[in-house]
Write a protein that binds this ligand. Structure first.
Ligand SMILES: Cc1cc2nc3c(=O)[nH]c(=O)nc-3n(C[C@H](O)[C@H](O)[C@H](O)COP(=O)(O)O)c2cc1C
Length: 369
């Protein structure tokens, strides 16, 4: 049997295999952000489907960082009982779960009266409708503390790890990118300064959870357009963050461009050369760090998953859309059915979120008709 199905140790966390469910916001929380019965069902199915580590969808660390109404929030102790039920459900099925800690930064929705807060206010033709303010030093310190407190609550609720959302469009990516971060103080300018938020958050988390608890980051190592974060800087940032003490790096896109191929949600992945589209970046990160590296983005078949690990491009194989379509995919592969994932990367699941609906796979809807 493939070595992907052998147990894997990540900072003392024993995973039953090397497969991760990459963070996937389901749009399925209660209207007030509490864990819902639909979420319980989704996580139970993923754990029963033998996913090694399930990373939650974005969980905001406070209300200022919220993006969606139905998003779970770890901004207060009130969230602990609901999250505890969810972690117990995953553990009952032999799975492990990490909470993805998130702050939307300048992208915050205005639906509840919060204005976004970004590193600095810049003209951005890619996001012309964003209205937000530049963070003061005090805003940043408060945000750092909020990440620390949220991680403490995640641990108390039984999460096996936490993962910072340091990719795509949100606060860490905004600080890391010279395109959105024009600050001239200790939080901007040099790469050292543009990764300070990432390191200060890690320190605040360690104070709450201790040295032995796995703290991971999903890191965007290149922006999806020219003029933003370069790959060279992104790879150096990855090295710095591993050295600072992050226990696992999942490698993805930095700030999004406007075209699908400039985002993490690439489509039309029929040809094998279009798949695994961030594996090359993960491989480059792996050469520079000693902690486990996960690759995500367009992995649809077991041959590719095996090759990625065999070639030393990554230690863990992470997927999102295929597991929306087939939560039992990993168990199916383990049992010997090597047929590729049925996901066609159409992004209808993502469009569900944009329409404020909970996600499901369009192939199931067609079948139901
Ligand atoms: C519906 C949907 C929700 C997502 N939510 C998150 C999220 O909460 N956090 C995150 O880091 N990435 C999120 N992503 C991105 C995925 O984790 C993943 O990086 C991307 O879809 C590429 O992987 P895939 O080809 O296996 O789907 C989401 C993707 C989809 C389709």
């Amino acid at each position: 049997m493939s070595s992907l199905f052998a147990p894997f140790e990540l900072k003392g966390m024993s995973l039953r295999n090397r497969f991760m469910r990459s963070a996937t916001f389901e749009g399925a929380g209660e209207p007030n952000g509490e864990v819902s019965s639909l979420q319980m069902q989704m996580y139970r199915d993923l754990a029963a489907g033998e996913v090694g580590l399930i990373v939650s969808g974005v969980v905001c660390v406070n209300e200022a960082g919220r993006l969606f109404a139905s998003q779970n929030c770890l901004g207060s102790d009130a969230a602990i009982p609901g999250l505890s039920r969810l972690t117990q459900t995953v553990h009952d099925q032999g799975g492990k779960v990490a909470s993805q800690l998130f702050h939307s930064g300048r992208e915050a929705s205005s639906f509840q009266g919060y204005r976004g807060l970004g590193p600095s206010v810049t003209e951005d033709p890619r996001r012309p409708n964003l209205e937000y303010d530049a963070m003061t030093h005090e805003d940043i310190v408060r945000t750092v503390e909020a990440f620390g407190d949220a991680a403490g609550r995640a641990k108390e609720a039984g999460c096996d790890a936490v993962q910072m959302h340091g990719a795509h469009a949100y606060i860490f990516a905004q600080f890391l990118s010279p395109y959105t971060n024009k600050r001239q103080d200790q939080w901007g300018g040099s790469l050292e300064n543009r990764t300070r938020l990432h390191r200060e958050v890690l320190k605040a988390i360690r104070k709450r959870v201790g040295e032995d608890y796995p703290v991971m980051i999903k890191l965007g190592v290149r922006d999806g357009f020219d003029g933003g974060l370069t790959l060279e800087d992104g790879l150096e940032a990855a090295r710095m963050l591993a050295e600072a003490g992050y226990d696992c790096l999942e490698i993805s896109q930095g700030l999004r461009g406007t075209q699908p191929h400039e985002t993490e949600f690439r489509t039309k992945l029929k040809r094998s050369e279009d798949r695994g589209y961030f594996c090359g970046w993960a491989e480059e990160v792996k050469k520079r760090v000693r902690v486990p590296v996960a690759t995500v983005g367009g992995i649809r078949d077991l041959d590719m998953a095996e090759a990625v690990v065999q070639k030393g491009q990554a230690d863990l194989v992470s997927m999102s859309r295929p597991l929306i379509s087939e939560p039992g995919l990993i168990a199916r592969w383990r049992k010997g059915d090597r047929q590729e994932a049925r996901c066609v990367s159409c992004n209808t699941c993502k469009h569900d979120l944009e329409a404020m609906k909970s996600i499901s796979c369009v192939l199931d809807r067609k079948k139901a008709k």
